[in-house]
Design a protein around this ligand. Sequence first.
Ligand code: PLP
Length: 480
Amino acid sequence: MTAPEDHSFDLLPDDFRRLGYKVIDLMVDALEAERNEPVLRQISGAHMRAMVDEPLPVAETPADDVIATWQTAVAPFARRNGHPRFFGYVCTSADPLGMLADAMASAINQPVTAWRSAPSATAIERLVVRWLDELVGFGGKGNGLLVSGGSAANFHGLACAVTMAEQRAGLPPGSRHRLTAYISQEGHMSMYKALQLLGLSPDHVRVIGVDEQRRMPLDKLQRILEEDRGSELVPAVVCASAGTANTGAIDPLLGVSDACKDHDVWLHIDGSYGAPAAITEEYEWMAKAFAHADSLSLDPHKWLFASADAGCVLVRDDEAARRTFTLHSDYTAVTQTDPVERYAFFDHGLEMSRRFRGLKVWTILKARGVDRIRAAIQHNIALRKHLDARIREEQRLQALGSELSITCFRYVPRGETSEDRLNAINRTILETLIAEGRCYMSPTVLDGKYALRACIVNFRTQQSDVDFLADEVMRLGTAL
Ligand SMILES: Cc1ncc(COP(=O)(O)O)c(C=O)c1O
């Protein structure tokens, strides 16, 4: 008799342990590299592809060989977002404890669809959402869920807004184009995208020009809301920002929330980046506005130091989320009657199978505690102010806008007034800076001016790193 074939992928415990320890060593190396290696090693697309490209593997490859490729081709060419001199986009330094939690989440592989399928993961995620709600002063009942990031959170919040506006106005199917949304010209692209996907007519997305601090001016918002109210249109949602991606600008949230109340319009706040700053004394005023918002986005993977991906949307009225996302199917029907046990995330959001993101966020909040997180955020803000001071001191640097932990500036050679040449010079500075690998910033364009943009959401960054950045820009600018 032939022995039954073994189709199992299981590793023997000792093999798992051996490979696991090896991987932990690689993770330690990767964390060391975040401090000691270049922020980004240059490699061409062709070279990168050549390092990993091969035909679809049909036969087995020993796990040690696969892991060797992580070591030689993957880790070295990862941009080191946790490097103390990484100042690009809004990418956090990830808490190593969160990384361990992420590995554990994979080990127990919970598709967090509903309590029925993942009791502990559901309990942890619901707790985490309640904690995040309390943390930033939203003051809901912990309604909401974790999603992939700010774009998904904005989509969820705006989907609820649109559903509720449609229902309140008693619009017949196919009339969504009558809904209007209000967003500043600095509002994140993901909100524009969500409104488009949700079926609003592009003409009815009211783009409001910003003031000199790149905030939505209240008087303009009120005027346009009044105009639209007196027409065939149905004002549905104001999309405000608590920290824009460009300069960290914060819309006048309290006034915006009053305007929304006056006009019975949903207030969605995109706090994907900036909301956690509400735990600091300087920005706690934002929490007072969050307490009036209908929905709020905030990303643990931005300023709460979680590795990607982890976003969160809070929705005050759970019924709004249910009306937007609940659909019956026989294969998902929940039979439990206990309110805790019958909870299903797919009745409150878009996704069905969802990664157990809650574990890393829970681990970070529990292990670090709010006081330490607040101190890290405050330090980031203080570093931004230090950089602002450096920019003011250096005659050749020009400030272009800053708030929270973002600052934008440019290098202006003596006597240079051509905007085209200034844009070209600053583009060259940025490209050289990135190519040299000692620091990393990302660009933006403000009123036609190419800007060097530094964002500090990093618990490793110190004042010497910020000074180094300013010195580097001066060095490269002078060399040009
Ligand atoms: C203000 C703001 N909103 C939304 C987003 C989108 O977030 P995500 O990249 O997590 O989808 C970003 C990204 O940086 C952001 O800064």
